[in-house]
Design a protein around this ligand. Structure first.
Ligand code: HEM
Length: 225
């Protein structure tokens, strides 16, 4: 189980994420959108969407930096493992709660408004459920982290991620054996978000990050006839 889910599945998920996104972009560009519901009903969209997006995008980047920075690097900057774990607990709790409240508002808005409920596809519901469950498991795992404030589980999780991105899947699977199950379930749910990505509205995340290129794009040339 460990060898498959934590040594092989990450690569399956990443392959589906990259190739699936490419195929969807190539073949179904008209479906590549956020599926905004703003025109149907505004309600609490601004509040819910902002809380959710600020929370989830920050969580994404803090997971990325937190997991992929080798401990030698942050130690060199004078940050101890214990202090980093405390930062992760406090930051993760605040961002997680922000995202949680945002999601509750978005889900309530989506299900309670007739017009939005009518355009909500089964896949949307599944995605909301999966995102919400992953988030809740992440928040629950913080309670477990309070039991081991020396940060050793956080170090193992970081080593696992670093082995995965450096293509050492079998070593990664060995490292993960010492990690409690609650984290493993959260990791499986998180990795599966990459699998769901090309088949849902999540493809808009590519465009969200892609929009940054506007900052350096060439001027538009407007010529008179
Ligand atoms: C990269 C930056 C991102 C941008 C610019 C962006 C932008 C948007 C926009 C414009 C909407 C439509 C809101 C509306 O008018 O109805 C939306 C909806 C949504 N986004 Fe994002 N997004 C980003 C990242 C993410 C991420 C990382 C996730 C989750 C992993 C996500 C999940 C969602 C979901 C689930 C909705 C539907 C909300 C609803 O209508 O109930 N987005 N996003």
């Amino acid at each position: 189980m460990n060898a498959f889910f934590f040594g092989i599945y990450p690569y399956i998920a990443l392959a589906i994420f990259f190739l699936g996104s490419l195929v969807r972009f190539e073949r179904e560009q008209y479906t590549w959108k956020t599926d905004s519901s703003q025109l149907l009903h505004r309600g609490n969209l601004r509040l819910g969407s902002n809380l959710f997006h600020i929370g989830i995008i920050s969580l994404f980047f803090t997971h990325l930096v937190g997991l992929l920075t080798p401990k030698e690097v942050y130690h060199a900057f004078g940050l101890t493992t214990e202090a980093k774990q405390l930062m992760a607990i406090v930051g993760g709790t605040l961002l997680g709660i922000m995202c949680f409240i945002g999601m509750l508002i978005l889900i309530h808005r989506r299900l309670s408004n007739e017009r939005i409920a009518a355009v909500t596809k089964p896949m949307d519901k599944f995605l909301y459920l999966w995102l919400f469950a992953t988030l809740c498991l992440g928040l629950i795992s913080i309670v477990f982290s309070l039991d081991h404030l020396d940060g050793h589980v956080m170090v193992l999780l970081g080593m696992w991620a670093q082995k995965i991105v450096t293509l050492q899947g079998s070593d990664a699977a060995v490292i993960i054996t010492g990690v409690p199950t609650i984290y493993k379930i959260h990791m499986f749910m998180g990795m599966t978000l990459f699998v769901l990505f090309p088949f849902t509205r999540l493809v808009h995340v590519w465009s969200g990050f892609g929009a940054v290129t506007y900052l350096s794009r060439a001027w538009q040339l407007v010529r008179t006839r």
